[in-house]
Design a protein around this ligand. Structure first.
Ligand code: HEC
Ligand code: HEC
Length: 323
């Protein structure tokens, strides 16, 4: 390659980068997850070798298995109970809750029990697990004193080894994306879905059951067997943060394939499709603490439910700040 070509390529690349940084700040209004965080500063799960032999270690291992194969134990053909939709916790808490920015459990042991705005009070790990059973698995939770719930808690506590009390380590949970200055667009999302997602999750979001129908090879994203309207993913910002950092399957925080805008639009599309409706009337006793993307009233502002569902969220944030 002649030197002059190389210089032109380098100059063009530098220009792109500069433009990117010039454009970025105007959109950065909430504290967001950096697009490419330094990988070595993120929380990493402890090594399995540190799970002890004996009864305590056995409980931790059982907890991990319950999280990885929840549908096998609790789904419609479950071996323990059959009051859930067949999803595995791991479908949404990737690698059994170990994946950086994969909705992992790195900050659970250190921060629970904690005050939850949705509950309007302190919440224990057992109660948080029950929340996901009732909302994300659209079912009922096993008793909080059962060996199963104790095992899941033991596993989460083991995952939190070395995280100081009160700290939520970088890379734990779900990434927070900057708000777009427009509403998320289900039509655009539908087009991305068809090219990038439907080959696994199915043209109707129905997923693909595995051979013995106990669990899913590809989990459903909407319809009767998906998370219900009270789940965390029914909030567009939550779903977008997960999708951007983890989908299409195989992408991760180091190799993201979707732009943030694409992730918002995909979430708008997925959350426009039919899914089980479940209402928990006691949620958000103090409505001023509701997140702006929570799509059900009552609201403290006069924006319609549609705006709370898809945005634009900035005007809502600004209206709240004026209060
Ligand atoms: C359909 C997706 C989905 C499934 C399946 C799911 N969860 Fe969750 N879970 C979420 C989302 C989304 C959040 C975060 C909500 C938020 O941050 O607002 C969450 C949060 C949690 C938290 C709190 C994490 C924290 O750092 O505060 C725990 C604990 C948890 N889930 C346990 C479970 C368990 C156990 C199962 C299986 C029985 C499960 N979840 C199944 C989506 C799911
Ligand atoms: C190559 C197959 C594949 C493709 C393509 C793919 N996914 Fe997934 N997706 C998976 C698998 C597998 C899981 C469950 C992960 C696990 O259990 O480890 C998953 C989980 C999910 C979940 C959480 C589980 C749930 O039921 O809600 C969401 C949301 C999701 N994918 C959205 C998307 C979107 C949006 C796209 C397109 C951008 C996409 N996926 C593309 C395979 C795929």
């Amino acid at each position: 390659m002649p030197a002059v070509t190389i210089i032109i390529i380098v100059a063009l690349a530098a220009g792109e980068l500069l433009l990117h940084y010039m454009r970025a700040p105007s959109r950065r209004v909430q504290a967001t997850t950096p697009a490419k965080p330094p990988a070595d500063s993120l929380w990493q799960a402890p090594d399995s070798i540190s799970i002890t032999d004996g009864p305590e270690g056995a409980l931790v291992r059982y907890g991990q298995d319950l999280i990885a194969r929840t549908g096998y134990y609790f789904g419609p053909a479950g071996t323990i109970d059959r009051r859930q939709n067949g999803l595995d916790c791991q479908n949404c808490h990737l690698k059994a809750g170990r994946q950086p920015w994969g909705n992992n459990f790195g900050g659970v042991a250190s921060t629970y029990p904690k005050f939850k705005e949705r509950r309007g009070g302190l919440e224990s790990i057992a109660q948080r697990i029950a929340d996901c059973f009732q909302r994300s698995l659209n079912g009922e939770a096993p008793d909080s004193t059962s060996r199963e719930v104790r095992a899941m808690i033991a596993y989460m506590q083991w995952l939190g080894t070395g995280v100081s009390k009160g700290k939520k380590p970088a890379g734990s949970g779900i990434a927070v994306l900057s708000f777009m200055d427009r509403a998320a667009d289900p039509e655009k999302g539908k087009r991305s879905y068809e090219t990038k997602c439907s080959r696994c999750h199915g043209p109707n979001g129905e997923g693909l059951k595995d051979n013995n129908a106990r669990t899913y090879t590809y989990p459903p994203l909407w319809g009767d067997n998906s998370y219900n309207t009270a789940a965390g993913f029914f909030r567009v910002a939550r779903l977008a943060g997960f999708i951007r950092y983890n989908m299409p399957f195989g992408a991760d925080y180091r190799t993201m394939e979707l732009s943030a805008d694409e992730a918002w639009d995909l979430s708008a599309f997925i959350n426009s499709q039919p899914r089980p409706v479940r209402d928990f009337p006691a949620d958000w006793p103090d409505i001023s603490l509701k997140p702006v993307d929570y799509p059900f009233g009552p609201f403290i502002d006069s924006f319609p439910a549609e705006t709370h569902k898809f945005g634009p969220f900035l005007p809502i944030m600004q209206a709240h700040q004026r209060h």
